[in-house]
Design a protein. Structure first.
Length: 67
């Protein structure tokens, strides 16, 4: 199941809460995209381009608390 984020803060909150697949259902700017990519890809996430938006997918990993 894919959960849609409406902004960067929403996407970060969903990913931190343990949602494993988040669609960036908004027009993300390049600065925010690279900030999100560097933060989450370092933790093993994949970011793929869907039909209209990017999708961040976490692969069954434990996210350390307070990160």
């Amino acid at each position: 199941m894919v959960i849609k984020a409406k902004n960067l803060q929403d996407a970060e909150e969903l990913l931190h809460s343990g949602i494993s697949k988040v669609e960036l259902a908004y027009d993300i700017g390049s600065d925010d995209f690279f900030r999100l990519a560097s933060r989450w890809c370092d933790r093993g996430a994949r970011i793929v381009k869907d039909q209209n938006h990017f999708v961040v997918q976490l692969k069954g990993m434990a996210i350390p608390p307070n990160q």
